[in-house]
Design a protein around this ligand. Structure first.
Ligand code: HEM
Length: 509
């Protein structure tokens, strides 16, 4: 009897121990990758992305993904696509540090001086140093306030120019791009006209080319052992653009250094000063860093803001009652006898709602700048493996049905006005993730405050100072709203519209 009892105790103990062991090892088993569509051998899903990847990825996420998480195989690389606010929140609340680096791809190598800039720098002390320099001296509220008067005057000058005998329709995107490039140039390099005539056109052309090249899905990133073949000629083109843009920047930097510097005046002066300090805290800031940072700011800051404003005005021309409401709000704050100024902006909540709604439907960066996982991590029971690309589909998150129940494709700024369900939506990507046009987490857009301020101010000025109509009395609802895709998402066909002054004549003097 005692033998049987001892045997039973032994048997049960073995069972218990082995089940505990199984549970233990079960927990340690690697979770599966998120679900995704089957792909081709070697190329994986690369050929499925199409010419508007943000739209394709939204459709694939809906048909193959799970709660906004989708896995693609791009060549030999795993790519995890985030298409919902809830998945974005899980990434950036719980795993931000792991998902903060950029992939070491040819964009960083050929466009941004071998990762010597801020946008493509790997996450680490150098990235932190570059980000701090930009935040402190250019992109903080304090820095922005210090050049408020400069912008009030710059943008007023552009408005005056628009009133002088222009009967014909204007290319709105081109006009706004010149306006924001000059305003940005003023604070970056201390002169308003970046370059004149043909040079200005070339400057804009290279900036646009760089953005388009950076946004291409480069086969060499995903099948690294054929990268050297440069099958799409992208590396060659990127290098050429960087050299052309570099020539502009070198001229500007040389001029700046030789003229003597007014440290209080502009960002480049501050960079040169930091670079020249013998025992500086920032002694890591090299000449190449200076060139790369200036390039970053021009490339990241001009297209994004002007594209947003062009989409915004296009939507208002399709919705004249919303345009009229916005103008009424601006009149109630500034009247009709003077131009609007930046100090008026906190008093125009409906304009703020219009900007948010534009950024939701037409985010100028539809797929965020890629990130790379530096460790394995787990989201919703799925593995995000070390080395995977993380692609955040900002465009799809703005249409995520779980957040935007009421007709997400409709342009309706009232979603954001006081008293509405999304009144507290915040575009900064720090605590809220339902609307993240500037990305999210610690690697979110460094120029968010500057971008928001430029979009608000230039839009307010345009809507307050002018009535806008389409050429030949065309109806707004026939306006072409087709989008193109590079790293940014401009309109395929530029918006042409006629500006008619609507304020008292002395307001424009
Ligand atoms: C409407 C305007 C803008 C939009 C929608 C926008 C959007 C974005 C997005 C989506 C990213 C990627 C963030 C991520 O990885 O999560 C980004 C990065 C960045 N943006 Fe912007 N941007 C705008 C304006 C600006 C301006 C005006 C500047 C500066 C002059 C700027 C400078 C940067 C920089 C430096 C980064 C890289 C940050 C880093 O890697 O640490 N952006 N932006």
């Amino acid at each position: 009897m005692a033998v049987i009892f001892t045997f039973l105790v032994f048997f049960i103990s073995v069972l218990l121990l082995s089940s505990l062991f199984l549970v233990g090892t079960g927990r340690r088993r690697r979770p599966p990758l998120p679900p995704g569509p089957k792909g081709w051998a070697l190329l994986g899903n690369l050929l499925q992305l199409g010419t508007k990847p943000h739209r394709t990825l939204q459709a694939l996420s809906q048909s193959h993904g799970s709660a906004g998480l989708l896995r693609l195989r791009l060549g030999t690389v795993d790519a995890i696509v985030i298409s919902s606010a809830s998945a974005a929140a899980k990434c950036f609340r719980s795993h931000d540090a792991i998902l903060t680096s950029r992939p070491p791809n040819s964009v960083g190598k050929y466009i941004t001086y071998n990762f010597e800039d801020l946008i493509m720098a790997p996450y680490g002390p150098r990235w932190q140093m570059l980000r701090k320099v930009c935040s402190t001296h250019l992109l903080s509220t304090k820095a922005l306030d210090s050049f408020r008067h400069v912008w009030d005057e710059d943008v007023a000058m552009d408005v005056r120019e628009l009133t002088s005998g222009r009967e014909a329709a204007v290319d709105v995107g081109g006009l706004v791009n010149t306006c924001v490039t000059n305003a940005l140039a003023h604070v970056l390099i201390g002169r308003q006209e970046i370059v004149g005539g043909e040079e200005a056109a070339e400057f804009k052309e290279i900036a646009a080319e760089m953005t388009t090249l950076a946004g291409q899905f480069n086969v060499g990133h995903f099948i690294p052992w054929i990268g050297w073949l440069d099958l799409q000629d992208l590396n060659k083109k990127m290098m050429k653009s960087r050299v052309r843009f570099g020539e502009f920047l070198e001229k500007i930097i040389e001029e700046h250094s030789s003229k003597g510097i007014d440290y209080a005046k502009d960002f480049l002066s501050v960079l040169i000063q930091i670079n020249g300090e013998p025992n500086a805290k920032h002694d890591e800031l090299t000449n190449i860093n200076i060139k790369a940072l200036l390039q970053d700011m021009f490339i990241a800051g001009t297209d994004t803001t002007s594209i947003t404003i062009e989409w915004l005005l296009s939507e208002l021309l399709r919705h004249p009652h919303i345009l009229a409401r916005a103008q009424h709000e601006l009149d109630s704050v500034a009247g009709r006898n003077r131009l609007i100024s930046q100090s008026d902006l906190p008093k125009v909540p409906f304009l703020d709602a219009i900007v948010k709604e534009t950024l939701r439907l037409h985010p100028p960066v539809p797929l965020s700048v890629p990130r790379m996982a530096t460790e394995d991590c787990e989201i919703d029971g799925y593995l995000i493996p070390k080395g995977a690309y993380l692609l955040v589909n900002i465009w799809a998150i703005g249409r995520d049905l779980a957040t935007w129940h009421d007709d997400p494709n409709e342009f309706d700024p009232d979603r954001f006005v006081p008293g509405s369900p999304h009144e507290s939506a915040d575009v900064k990507g720090i605590n809220n993730f339902e609307l993240i046009p500037f990305g999210a987490g610690r690697r979110r857009c460094a120029g968010t405050k500057l971008g928001i301020r430029m979009v608000h101010f230039v839009t307010a000025m345009m809507l307050h100072a002018f009535d806008w109509t389409l050429p030949d009395g065309s109806m707004g609802d026939l306006l072409d709203m087709e989008e193109s895709y590079g790293a940014t998402m401009p309109k395929t066909r530029p918006l042409m519209a006629k500006a008619t002054p609507r304020l008292a004549p002395q307001a424009y003097l």
